[in-house]
Design a protein around this ligand. Structure first.
Ligand code: PDD
Length: 276
């Protein structure tokens, strides 16, 4: 297959990562995961703009413009004849002799993007299980950083508990999933953590909130406690890969009657209409 390496289409096996790439050594870089449905890039502009925002927050100069990145992604999808799947892209601070501080001399950041097939069934996703865990991550979770150790350890805990996602909490308040955002429904109002430094402001989350606004589903961007979540009418999580999915059991306890709730189901339906 082909990949994008620093603005050019290349054969994957021809590209090698340098052992002193700062992304490899320090996780010094940022990334995005974008969905492709029926050959179309979903929310392309929002994702690439978020990449730019992440870059800015770590003082990384992006060697490409938003339009250039979007064009490269389209080229890559056409080359791979990708119908349904994801585009993974990342940008690292580049290659230089190992030292914690930024390189003194101009170093070209390394940009990589490649695709992966992922089927889209169009079927509404059934409810899944969650497990709660302490949010042990740093305080700049709004940056889509390559440093994912906290997220990885959380997800592994979910896997070991035979659950689909880890629901992280800090000081008793639910922040987000290991690779998703979490929302609850209480008395017809959707509640989700505000887009602060404690969470990644998910594109799926933003699309869902817009759907709420457009369809008279009240919502508030307010943090909620683990107790509030356990007693909620509905719990759901969102991400590029899971879209809108109900969470029907947390820590072995059913949420409400243990079935996907009506508002979550309508949000799933509305979200699938955004895709088509
Ligand atoms: N994860 N929060 C975290 C910590 C995430 O890693 C993600 C996405 C989200 C949801 O963001 P979005 O709706 O823009 O996908 C929230 C991606 C999919 C990943 O790491 O694979």
């Amino acid at each position: 297959g082909k990949i994008i390496y620093n603005g050019e289409l290349k054969t994957r096996s021809d590209v090698k990562v340098d052992i002193e790439d700062r992304g490899y050594q320090f996780g010094d870089g940022i990334y995005e995961v974008i969905r492709v449905y029926n050959g179309e890039v979903f929310a392309s502009n929002m994702h690439v703009n978020r990449l730019m925002d992440s870059a800015k927050m770590i003082q990384l100069k992006v060697p490409l413009t938003v339009a250039e990145i979007e064009a490269l992604v389209k080229e890559l999808i056409a080359e791979d004849k990708l119908r349904n799947g994801i585009v993974y892209m990342q940008l690292t601070r580049g290659v230089c002799s190992r030292t914690h501080a930024f390189p003194i001399n101009e170093v070209e950041p390394v940009f990589v993007a490649y695709t992966k097939e992922m089927p889209y069934t169009g079927k509404v996703k059934p409810g899944v299980k969650g497990v709660t865990t302490d949010d042990i991550r740093w305080l700049r979770c709004n940056i889509k950083s390559l440093n994912l150790l906290g997220n990885i350890l959380a997800k592994q805990q979910a896997v070991e508990a035979s659950c689909d996602e880890a629901i992280q909490h800090r000081d008793g308040k639910v922040t987000e999933g290991s690779s998703s955002n979490v929302a609850i429904m209480v008395n017809g109002t959707l509640k989700t953590h505000p887009a602060t430094n404690l969470i990644l402001n998910g594109i799926t989350r933003q699309v869902m909130l817009k759907l709420c606004a457009d369809n008279d589903i009240p919502y508030v961007e307010e943090a909620f406690t683990v107790e509030e979540m356990m007693a909620a009418d509905e719990v759901l999580y969102t991400s590029t890969s899971v879209e809108v999915t109900p969470i029907i059991n947390i820590d072995g306890q059913s949420i409400a009657n243990g079935e996907p709730g009506p508002i979550t189901k309508s949000l799933q339906k509305l979200f699938s209409e955004e895709i088509e």
